[in-house]
Design a protein around this ligand. Sequence first.
Ligand SMILES: [Fe+2]
Length: 166
Amino acid sequence: MAPSKLHHLYVLDFARHFPEAEVHGSPDLPAKRPDVPWKGVLDDTPAPGWAPDLDQCLVRGNRYLDEVVFLHRETRTMIVADLCEQANAEWPLASRIGGWIAGIYERHGPPLDMKLLFRHDRKATRRTVEHILSWDFDRMILSHGRLVESDAKRTFERAYAFALDW
Ligand SMILES: [Fe+2]
């Protein structure tokens, strides 16, 4: 799965290496990456192949982020790419400064630019946040920053509290 139009760089390599695998991508990817043999486009409905294990939600409200996030029910783990990020002391100096400016230094949440872009469609953003908060999860795996090992739902709710008022 390529979960967003920002996270797809090596999906063709994987598809070539595992020709028997089904390749699924976020809604904007088939147009952006016509070279990839897409089997399906991700939305709010898990495909039969992983529906027994995973739930999923298409993030709406931000036209630059067509990310699909997942819930692994058995381990109560949410899996995101960019929806929630965190900069920390392990990052290079320039990235730490960028993270500090973006408001995510040692704090999980959307970087400032992403947060502002969610204003594009406030109602859709709120529905996405409510959808995710309806899930039962305690941990979060993310692409940028430290994993959240416990209380991830509260971390996410705090990060997106601004959208619950929309
Ligand atoms: Fe990313």
